[in-house]
Design a protein around this ligand. Structure first.
Ligand code: SF4
Length: 458
């Protein structure tokens, strides 16, 4: 029985409700009156239910949807795009996920776990590029990657320089371990569902602790119980029926709101990619046009959530998705273990990267496209998390923090890391943004940054 408030996976992601939603959406794909009503509700910019979003996905109103998604992103977050990088700590894994080259039975991949010294080296390399926000990633392996290893790694990252926010993407774990992560000052806890379809999930994860659908699906409830109130969800689009996962992803967000009063801080939209032993052709796939529509409707349905696209996608695809509401991207990423420090790319990567440009090229490109690149990490450091963040964000006030922080962190980047071309282009943008903002204090802060001050945040 469907119950968004329930703490049982099979009730808040009720298979019956997902299937009824898909049937309802198909039945109303040409129901112009209903679609117009949903679009009118969407224009209020307060989000949509999973059923309404599913109807839009079936509808032919693509242009209206794209326009609206763009407007909502602008109204909530302004033109800033937050940058981050993944940091792969270890690719040891005991699970059997058939679509991931880290799976335990893969004997061709080179296994590696970074030592704390190697992590410090990676951090220095990432800082040299200009990154301030990392997402750490590790396979699930209680012997190689126990929680203490993850905690030590977080400590190493924070202690070795100026990385200001560490988001953590590790396997579903216990409330006790989530408490430890919270105490280690993580930013967001990230866990992708891969697919919400239980039967498909169990088949795709035949062995290892991840095989337990309920344990995995209820992970965010345990994280919230442990006090982590910024969580990031996502599915691997194309693994199974993307329409099923699209509806269920929104149901998961509705569950978190219903049960904890806080929806997901961010939503990632990865698509299955080629990797060692993984051929996307073996799966269902999502073409670019449909992927764009999914992205835009997620923005409309969850206006408050950060929407993240990684370097799995090509430059061209990312440019298209940025117009549809994406608000965070990775840049200059390496998906191999130790890939930032070492120039030789060992065969340890989780997936092939499409957008291989260095970070500076990505920053230049964003500015040219009319965006304001941001290295902001301010909210969680200023206590704007969970309900507090949602209150500000849903009131469309968060951009009043995002824009000044973006200007100040971009100025830092221009001072410390940018190429001459990016610096010239970026300084024009900072000046234009300062004029638009008309805030004397932020202008003074930018001057202080030019004179050497760092980490001035709102
Ligand atoms: S102000 Fe908060 S929401 Fe805006 S970019 Fe910074 S951390 Fe993100």
């Amino acid at each position: 029985m469907y119950n968004p408030k329930s703490n049982k996976a099979e009730e808040f992601i009720s298979d019956e409700e997902v299937r009824a939603t898909l049937e309802f959406a198909r039945a109303n794909r040409d129901n112009t009156a209903m679609i117009d009503e949903i679009l009118a509700k969407a224009r209020l910019e307060n989000g949509l239910t999973h059923r309404e979003a599913a109807v839009l996905l079936e509808s032919g109103k693509t242009e209206e949807i794209f326009e609206l998604a763009k407007k909502i992103k602008q109204d909530y977050y302004g033109n800033r795009i937050v940058l981050f990088a993944p940091l792969y700590l270890s690719n040891y894994c005991v699970n059997g996920c058939v679509y991931c080259p880290y799976h335990a039975a893969n004997k061709t991949i080179c296994r590696r776990k970074l030592t704390q010294d190697e992590i410090a080296r990676e951090v220095v390399a990432l800082e040299k590029m200009g990154h301030k926000r990392l997402a750490i990633e590790a396979g699930e392996d209680p012997n190689h990657n126990p929680i203490d290893y993850i905690l030590d790694s977080i400590d190493t990252i924070y202690k070795n320089g100026s990385i200001r926010r560490v988001n953590v993407n590790i396997a579903a774990t216990t409330v006790e371990n989530y408490r430890k992560l919270k105490a280690a000052n993580i930013g967001t806890y990230i866990l992708f569902q891969e697919t919400y379809n239980k039967k498909a999930y169990e088949k795709l994860h035949p062995t290892g602790p991840k095989h337990d659908y309920n344990w995995h699906t209820e992970a965010m409830d345990r994280a919230m119980e442990a006090g982590i109130d910024d969580v990031s969800i996502g599915v691997l689009f194309g693994l199974d029926d993307y329409k099923y996962d699209f509806a269920a992803l929104l149901m998961h967000a509705e569950h978190l709101e219903a049960a904890f009063g806080v929806g997901p801080h961010a939503v990632s939209i990865p698509r299955i990619r080629k990797a060692d032993g993984v051929d996307p052709g073996d799966y269902n796939g999502v073409d670019d046009a449909e992927f764009a529509k999914i992205t835009a409707i997620l923005r409309i349905a969850m206006p408050y959530a950060g929407l993240i696209v990684s370097t799995r996608e090509s430059e061209q695809c990312r440019a298209g998705l940025l117009k549809l509401g994406v608000s965070q991207i990775s840049g200059g990423s390496k998906t191999s273990v130790g890939g930032y420090y070492e120039s030789v790319d060992l065969d340890t990567a989780q997936f092939d990267i499409s957008d291989k440009r260095p970070l500076d090229d990505v920053i230049y490109w964003l500015i040219e496209l009319g965006y304001l690149p941001s290295f902001c990490t301010s909210c969680y450091r200023q206590g704007r998390t969970g309900e507090r963040f949602m209150e500000i964000c849903k009131g469309q006030q968060i951009k009043n923090f995002c824009q000044p922080n973006a200007i100040m962190t971009l100025q830092e980047y221009l001072q410390d890391h940018a190429s001459p071309e990016t610096k010239a282009l970026g300084e024009n943008l900072v000046e234009a943004e300062l004029k638009r903002l008309g805030d004397e204090k932020i202008r003074q802060n930018v001057e202080k940054i030019k004179s050497g001050a760092r980490d001035l945040i709102l």
